[in-house]
Every structure is written in structure tokens, then in C-alpha cells.
Design a protein around this ligand. Structure first.
Ligand SMILES: O=C(O)CCC(=O)C(=O)O
Ligand SMILES: [Fe+2]
Length: 360
């Protein structure tokens, strides 16, 4: 989520290139060996209990009547319950038209289906994180993810690196600008509602995000993989963001989320957006809200596309548990810190949980 000062130990080709070149056997570097107690790959984990569904239109009162206020309170309680147990939920009635969500999916598909030389025009440089390609390979034994991604900073405006924004398909940039604007609005509403759901002033998380909060877009493309039982699309991780808004593939499942030490499959709801709490909100809420560990699987027949929007505080801001949530009964769980993403990347690539590095 931020530039790291690490240097890369090796780089690798886009996964798509392996697949298109007819590499039948999955290279050993992609094989997931469970060295971190996350458990083996299980393709048959249960779909139920389903993760919570929250109606965003119900989080804001439409009138001043007491029944409207009671409906809002009931939805806020569902939100609190979802985020303190699962750490994620499906957001419905979020106000973004289905046709626009499909347009976003369409430009993503279109981009990843372009010839390799076109995609390479926006390739990630060896020492940067933005652009098309793989994530940085920081350690010799790092298991590689079966994913190609396009990673772009989308907010604040004056930090955009447009040289990594595809010009093909032609509508790509406009669609992403528009989607970003919608995501910023949604982030603001979500952060206010999440604060209210745990009886905090509605601006308390937004204030920690600051005026120059950072948002990244990560377009994920998972090509088909001949060994979904041995290879992960994305290894287990919790997001380093404050919150993540995930546009799922409308046809193919692949996301699993961990709760109480068990993996569950996230069902597809084509019109919903999946909201994942990130580590920085777990920290700010002093551990009341959970940042869930999740992973992406691959599929032997079909490709899968997702788009994650990571909303995070200004890395120069000091963040930490909200004072109202720290008392004798609930001691401070996390230190105050700046630039959490820097810690994050280093730990993530080793398969460790970054949030453990900032516990008191
Ligand atoms: O593709 C998915 O389903 C998950 C993506 C994800 O977890 C991420 O990009 O951080
Ligand atoms: Fe994630």
C-alpha cells in the first residue's frame, strides 16, 4: 500500500504468460506450503453460515420519525455485530448502479485481455509498487501468488502516477476516476456509520484518516490454474487498509474468509460490494472490530477478476486506538504509529500477520 524501501530479490513473469505459453506443470515457486499455521488449501469449505448482509440505505435516517430512528439503530447494531465477529459484510443498496459496476468489471477484463506488449506499457518498475505485473518478491522462499494485478493510487489527486494508468481500453481512466469518486463517498459514509455503530462520534475515524487519506485500487486477475489444490491466488492475509471495498467477480467464487479458526467461502452477490475491515480500523477500534484473514483460491477451468479499493489514513498521520475505547476494563491493545503500510508489506510477504508487530 505504500512504497517500500526493500529491494526485490527476484522478479517473475505475469502468470498469464505462463498459462498462455502452455506451461502445464505449476512451477514449484507457486506451491503453497503451509509454514504459518494458516492451514492447507481446502476447496470444499462451507458456504454457510453466510457472511452478514447490511443494507447501507438503512444506516441513514430517511425521516425524523421514531420508527425510522429505530430502523437505523437496528441496522447499526447489525453492522457492529458483523464487524466484531466476521470483520466483513456484503453491502447492498449502496447506491451504485449495477450497470456501472458491470462497466468497471468490463474495463478490467478488457485490460487484462489486451496483448502483453500493451499491458507492459504500464508495467510496474522494479523499485515501485504501482503498475501492472506481480507483487514484489522480497524473500527467497516467498510462495508466489497465482495472480496478475494492476495497482494504482487513486487518491489524493495530486499523487496520481498517470504513467501507470492504462490508456487502453480508452474508457479505462474515466471509469476509474468515476469509480474512485463513488468509492470516496462510500468510504465516508461507512466510516461514519461504523463509528456510530460502536457509540463513537461519527467523525472519529475520519479524523484519523485526515484530509490527505490514501486510496489504492488493485485490479486482480486470476488466470486458470491446473492445481487449485496446491496454489493460492492470494495467500492468507488481512488487509493493511482502514477499510477495503471489494467488487467481486459476478460469476466465479474464490474468496475465503477465516472466522474462529475456520475457513468459509464468500458467496457471490453480483450487486453487492464486499466490505472488509482492514488492520488500521482494528487498531483504531482497539480490537473491538476485527480485520479478517482471507485468501483467494484459483480455479482449474476459469479465470476470475476482482477489484479491491483500499482506503487508508494519511500515512503521515498518527493513528491509534480511539481514547474512548481504552479504559481499565479494556486496556490499550495497539501502539500509536505512523505509516502502518511500511510495516505491513514486510510482514505480509513473509506470511506473518503485520498487526502483531504493533501490539502493545
Ligand atoms: O480477489 C479476491 O477475492 C480478494 C482480493 C484481496 O483480498 C485483495 O486484493 O486484498
Ligand atoms: Fe485482501
Amino acid at each position: 500500500m505504500a512504497e517500500t524501501k526493500n529491494t526485490e530479490v527476484g522478479s517473475c513473469k505475469p502468470v498469464q504468460e505462463l498459462v498462455e505459453n502452455g506451461v502445464i506443470e505449476v512451477p514449484d515457486t507457486y506451491i503453497w506450503r503451509d509454514t504459518s499455521n494458516y492451514g492447507p488449501i481446502d476447496l470444499t469449505v462451507p458456504l454457510v453460515p453466510e457472511i452478514p448482509v447490511i443494507d447501507l440505505s438503512q444506516l441513514i435516517s430517511s425521516s425524523s420519525s421514531s420508527s425510522a430512528a429505530a430502523a437505523v439503530d437496528a441496522e447499526l447494531e447489525k453492522l457492529r455485530s458483523a464487524l466484531s465477529s466476521w470483520g466483513c459484510f456484503q453491502a447492498i443498496n449502496h447506491g451504485i448502479e449495477d450497470s456501472f459496476l458491470n462497466e468497471v468489471r468490463q474495463v478490467s477484463r478488457h485490460f487484462f485481455h489486451m496483448p502483453m506488449e500493451e499491458k507492459q506499457k504500464v508495467a510496474r518498475p522494479v523499485d515501485g509498487i504501482e503498475g501492472y505485473g506481480n507483487d514484489m518478491v522480497l524473500f527467497d522462499n516467498q510462495p508466489l501468488d497465482w495472480v496478475d494485478r494492476l495497482y494504482l493510487l487513486v487518491t489524493p489527486q495530486d499523487q496520481l502516477k498517470l504513467q501507470y494508468w492504462p490508456q487502453n481500453p480508452q474508457s479505462f481512466r474515466n471509469v476509474l476516476h468515476e469509480y474512485t469518486a463513488r468509492m470516496e463517498q462510500m468510504k465516508e459514509q461507512l466510516l461514519k456509520s461504523i463509528a456510530r455503530s460502536i457509540s463513537l462520534p461519527e467523525d472519529c475515524f475520519l479524523n484519523q484518516f485526515g484530509q490527505r487519506s490514501i486510496t489504492y485500487a488493485r485490479f486482480n486477475y486470476y488466470p486458470p490454474c491446473s492445481r487449485p489444490d496446491q496454489v493460492l491466488g492470494l495467500k492468507p492475509h488481512a488487509d493493511g487498509s482502514g477499510i477495503t471495498i471489494l467488487l467481486q467477480d459476478e460469476q466465479l467464487q474464490g474468496l475465503q474468509v477465516k472466522k474462529d479458526d475456520k475457513w468459509y467461502q464468500v458467496p457471490i452477490m453480483p450487486q453487492a460490494l464486499l466490505i472488509n475491515l482492514g488492520d488500521q480500523l482494528e487498531i483504531m477500534s482497539n480490537g473491538i472490530l476485527k480485520s479478517p484473514v482471507h485468501r483467494a483460491l484459483t480455479n482449474s477451468e476459469r479465470e476470475r477478476f476482482t477489484l479491491a479499493i483500499f482506503c487508508a489514513p494519511d500515512p503521515e498521520n498518527e493513528i491509534g486506538p480511539v481514547e474512548e475505547l481504552v479504559d481499565d476494563k479494556r486496556p490499550r491493545l495497539y501502539k500509536k504509529m505512523r505509516n502502518y503500510p511500511e510495516t505491513y508489506f514486510h510482514y505480509y510477504q513473509q506470511g506473518k500477520r503485520p498487526i502483531d508487530a504493533v501490539r502493545v
